[in-house]
Design a protein around this ligand. Structure first.
Ligand SMILES: Nc1ncnc2c1ncn2[C@@H]1O[C@H](COP(=O)(O)OP(=O)(O)OP(=O)(O)O)[C@@H](O)[C@H]1O
Ligand SMILES: [Mg+2]
Length: 244
């Protein structure tokens, strides 16, 4: 079977002043695949996926999404790329002055230009059901618990059914049971919508549930790649240490 490369990163570098954050990182993500990235704090994981989303531009190297070099895209093309791509930010923020329903309707109207009220409502309900928040539809974000806000941030990312989903620590700060639910939801997105995902996490059970393949990053480089089982049983102590 020929794999379709949806994301292709080659020798990417990125510095902020004299802080060299990405030092020649390379990896690919195939269509329909869940790639999990592990790495210590400050190793450039968030910077790497912000480059993929076109929020940061690399200094050197190539970064192709859907076969197109992101840094060469004109404003309009970048905008249409962003419509196909969902980003769950680390510490996702909600619009505090809008209800849960309005928070979800907003990207449907603005990004997908959907005008039909019944369609907007049914998509809001569908995604809220998926994250287990259907009872919260009329609530304000301030009235949700931390875990509910996190699930709500996920709902807002998923409501536009992106083809690529970038998850930056989707389960951080959640209890074990809710974390597992979110991890299964990530799997469901892959199975139901054939989404391609990059998942940054420190949560090993989440990695085990979601990963088709994993990367370990250290000091702005990719130091290992393999399945969960391969990396868990790697010869290298440092790589094995992530799984303990
Ligand atoms: N916009 C920015 N301007 C300047 N420096 C930045 C910027 N974004 C990130 N950095 C720096 O890049 C380095 C890597 O940050 P990054 O957020 O990618 O780490 P991370 O691997 O995601 O860590 P964590 O696991 O803690 O989230 C840090 O030293 C950070 O200070
Ligand atoms: Mg980060």
């Amino acid at each position: 079977m020929v794999m379709e490369k949806v994301i292709e990163v080659i020798n990417l570098t990125k510095s902020f002043g004299n802080n060299a954050v990405l030092n020649g990182i390379s990896f690919t993500v195939n269509k329909g695949e869940n790639l999990v990235i592990l790495g210590k704090s400050g190793t450039g994981k968030s910077v790497a996926i912000k480059c993929i989303a076109g929020l940061l531009t690399q200094d050197e190297g190539s970064l192709k999404v859907f076969g197109e070099e992101v840094k060469d895209l004109e404003a309009d093309a970048l905008k249409s790329l962003r419509c196909r791509l969902g980003f769950l930010f680390q510490g996702a923020a909600l619009y505090d002055s809008m209800t849960v329903r309005e928070n979800l309707a907003f990207p449907l109207k603005r990004v997908l230009k959907i005008k039909d009220k019944a369609e907007i409502e049914s998509r809001c309900i569908e995604v809220l059901r998926a994250v287990g928040l259907e009872d919260a539809i009329g609530k304000m974000p301030a009235d949700l618990s931390g875990g509910m806000r996190k699930r709500m941030g996920l709902a807002r990312t998923l409501v536009v059914k992106p083809e690529i989903i970038l998850y930056d620590e989707p389960t951080t700060g959640l209890d074990t049971i809710t974390s597992k639910e979110i991890s299964h939801l990530i799997l469901e997105m892959q199975e139901k919508y054939d989404a391609t995902s990059v998942i940054i996490t420190h949560d090993i059970p989440c990695a085990k549930i979601t990963a088709d393949r994993m990367l370990i990053m250290d000091a702005g480089k990719c130091i290992a790649e393999g399945t969960y089982e391969e990396l868990e049983n790697n010869d290298n102590d440092f790589i094995r240490s992530f799984f303990k």
